[in-house]
Design a protein around this ligand. Structure first.
Ligand code: AMP
Length: 363
């Protein structure tokens, strides 16, 4: 755990007017439905927005208050934190919040109550810790190679800090791995340190489902909220080209997410979907109590044996939740009314206030 202690956050929360809580977030990623959902549950909303990026929030009218900053990372500046505390703000973290504010700043400097479990953010950011969560939970994951000499089938190669799929490559043998590493180094795309940390895993040939769950620490329940698949550049454009042209052009595809499609999974796979969400929730409780506490996502590939294999997780709300800003087929089954992930977060905060149990879900 960083310098920010739960006791200090609870003290700040103690001083808050619980009748006038503001739900706040950084203007990026999933902030539109986080704030819209908060409004639907009756909260005031605030956005910390980089100058020049206000347009979507104004046009969709989701924020009651704007804190305009020069750069996103200024959300950790003391004056901004003071403004947030003065409006009784609970901040909802998302992928861009962690990326722009910086994980260390969130752990050591950001003295504002946040929704969820601050400590788990590091567990999704570091590949070894992320894997530990999955292994401890006995979740089916791609086979990992400790040594490139052992490559005996197609593998996916990933590098530190290369999240988002830029610089990933596929190889089928040790020779191909070595050649591709050498080319990347020659082109200045990879240094020796990152090359030594190449993460090599089984290439799973299957269809992508990113499954969005919500763990309620108040009720100890795991809900499936929705699913999406990724629309990735350049690979999804590349595969539209006839195979013989693909062979002719010297293009190395990348896997950079540019958007998402909503998805539903075969109904017969839902037992696996619930089981893996439950397993991860349990291992997270053990390794980094109180665990996932709120939204989390398991990014999976489903092979033709109908196995759901998880290759990555997000331990906070994931960008793919933007596919159900109103409702998903699954959240509709549970709630029978529009329920986005943002609204589900606000509902949990509302329940926490009503039951006097906010301390269970604030960090
Ligand atoms: P990630 O950055 O881990 O979310 O991965 C980006 C993309 O790479 C995914 O959406 C998949 O298309 C692809 N990918 C990642 N891991 C694997 C794997 N083990 N097998 C096949 N494709 C993968």
């Amino acid at each position: 755990m960083g310098n920010i202690k739960k006791e200090d956050i609870l003290e700040i929360l103690d001083g808050y007017d619980k009748e006038n809580i503001t739900i706040a977030t950084l203007g990026s990623h999933t902030s539109l439905h986080i704030l819209k959902g908060a409004k639907d549950e009756g909260f005031r909303t605030a956005i910390v927005c980089e100058k020049g990026r206000e347009v979507p929030y104004q046009r969709f009218n989701v924020a009651d208050e704007y804190i305009i900053v020069d750069e996103f990372k200024d959300i950790v500046n003391e004056e901004v934190q003071e403004q947030l505390r003065a409006m009784n703000a609970i901040v909802v973290p998302h992928g861009s919040f962690v990326a722009y504010a910086g994980l260390e700043n969130v752990e050591d400097k950001f003295n504002v109550p946040m929704f969820g479990n601050r400590d788990i953010l590091r567990w999704e950011a570091e590949r070894d810790k992320e894997r530990q969560l999955l292994v401890e939970g006995n979740v089916r994951i791609p086979f990992k190679y400790d040594n490139p000499e052992e490559i005996d089938r197609p593998v996916m190669v990933k590098f530190p800090g290369a999240r988002g799929g830029r610089g990933y490559f596929v190889a089928s043998s040790t020779e191909e791995f070595n050649e591709k590493i050498a080319t990347m180094k020659e082109r200045g795309w990879l240094d020796d340190e990152d090359a030594a940390q190449a993460h090599i895993e089984e290439y799973v040939s299957g269809c992508n489902y990113c499954i969005h769950y919500f763990y309620s620490a108040l009720d100890d329940t795991v809900e499936v909220m929705g699913m999406d698949t990724r629309y990735e550049s350049s690979i999804d454009g590349f595969v539209r080209m006839p195979a013989k042209d693909q062979l002719d052009i010297p293009l190395t595809p990348s896997y950079v997410v540019t958007g998402n499609h909503p998805a539903v999974i075969r109904e017969s796979l839902l037992p696996q979907v619930f089981e893996m969400g439950d397993k991860l929730t349990e291992s997270a409780k053990k390794l980094v109590a109180p665990g996932l506490n709120g939204p989390f996502c398991m990014q999976t590939l489903v092979n033709d044996n109908l196995e759901v294999i998880c290759f990555e997780i997000s331990a906070r709300t994931d960008g793919g939740t933007n596919t159900f800003m109103d409702s998903s087929p699954y959240s509709f089954l549970t709630y029978g009314k529009p329920m986005s992930m943002g609204r589900r977060i606000a509902l949990e905060i509302k329940n926490g206030i009503e039951r006097g149990e906010l301390e269970k879900i604030i960090t």
